[in-house]
Design a protein around this ligand. Structure first.
Ligand code: ADE
Ligand code: ZN
Length: 339
């Protein structure tokens, strides 16, 4: 065993992130810069100060997130926000990230599906060349926009295959409709060969997570932390090997848990659930993938080996092929702690 609880986690420890919303990664300064270039006035009340967005609960967070994304106007803007996000991840030691992109948000800005793909894909290429980080996209529908819009997003993915657009997901308001209402959408994307994930068990309890798993063709759950409220459901998720995309910083910022000591990350890990660490919407929650690994060390007692295992779990659960996973695993295995 290497490392101990009181030592910082090396910045270059190989990390991976499976759960981050691209439109939620735009730092305030970049949003303002892009808005200025596009002659767009972002509402002044969107910002608390120059580096911070203003929001105070989940609803106002989602509104702020929607408003910030309205600065975007072109494939180049999508390229620039994706590149900025990847450069921060690479600085934090990430070797692989999957980012949720929302064609609905792009459409709100007058950007077509293919233009948004072009911008994001260009950033993946540029960032791999510049930093060696591998980026892939999960096309995401927004639950509270309803099943019809979700089907349009799904069709766009299926009809415009791109090697970097590797999966399908659903975010948004968990209180809106049931998983069954989105089943035709998920079944269609899964039949076309795309692996899927959905947000569940962030704001609602274990029964909704079990409902998601029993209804949709998913191998991962976004958040899923509230499964911890029912021991039998925890066992079921562990038995099925469903991977939890856990975002502790987001959960504490949004008040799902009042503090890290209340957070069920360790309980779920000890119960045999497959857990990963993720940043969700970094500038909104003053986080990034490096800070999440660091917080897992300080708050949950994970040491360097534990954190490398978290990275391995993420790579195993990634929506990429076995060959790509093997290359990433060898980067993790060949990393040496030089504390
Ligand atoms: N979209 C962006 N962040 C989200 C979250 N934490 N939950 C649901 N939808 C989201
Ligand atoms: Zn999320």
């Amino acid at each position: 065993m290497v490392g101990n609880l009181f030592k910082m986690i090396p910045r270059n420890l190989p990390k991976a992130e499976l759960h981050c919303h691209l439109e939620g990664t735009i730092p305030p300064l970049l949003a303002k810069k892009i808005a200025k270039k596009n002659n767009i006035d972002l509402p002044p009340l969107l910002f608390k100060d120059k580096n911070t967005y203003a929001w105070n609960d989940f609803t106002s967070f989602l509104e702020a997130y929607d408003q910030a994304s309205l600065c975007l106007r072109s494939a180049q803007d999508y390229r620039d926000i994706t590149y900025e996000y990847l450069s921060i991840c690479a600085l934090e030691g990430a070797i692989y990230v999957e980012v949720f992109t929302s064609p609905d948000h792009a459409a709100e800005c007058g950007i077509s599906y293919n233009e948004h793909v072009k911008g994001v894909a260009q950033a993946f290429e540029d960032a791999e060349k510049d930093f060696g980080i591998i980026g892939r996209a999960i096309v995401t529908c927004i639950r509270h926009f309803g099943p019809e819009k979700a089907m349009t997003v799904a069709d766009s993915l299926i009809e415009n295959p791109h090697p970097y657009f590797v999966g399908f997901g659903m975010g948004g308001d968990e209180g809106y409709l049931d998983y069954a209402d989105f089943k035709p959408v998920f079944d269609k994307v899964a039949a076309a060969g795309y692996p899927c994930t959905t947000h569940a068990g962030e704001h609602f309890g274990p029964e909704t997570i079990i409902e998601a798993v029993n209804t949709l063709p998913i191998s991962r759950i976004g958040h899923g932390v509230r499964i911890s409220e029912d021991a039998k459901s925890v066992k079921e998720i562990a038995k099925q090997g469903i991977v939890l995309e856990i975002c502790p910083g987001s959960n504490v910022s949004l008040g799902i848990y009042q503090s890290y000591s209340e957070h069920p990350f360790s309980y779920l890990r000890d119960a045999g659930c497959k857990v990963t660490l993720n940043s969700d919407d970094p500038p909104f929650f003053d986080t990034n993938i490096g800070k999440e690994y660091e917080k897992a060390h300080t708050n949950f007692g994970l040491n360097i080996e534990d954190l490398l295992d978290i990275t391995r779990t993420a790579i195993d659960a990634a929506f990429i092929n076995a060959n790509e996973k093997a290359k990433l695993h060898s980067r993790i295995d060949s990393w040496k702690y030089s504390g």
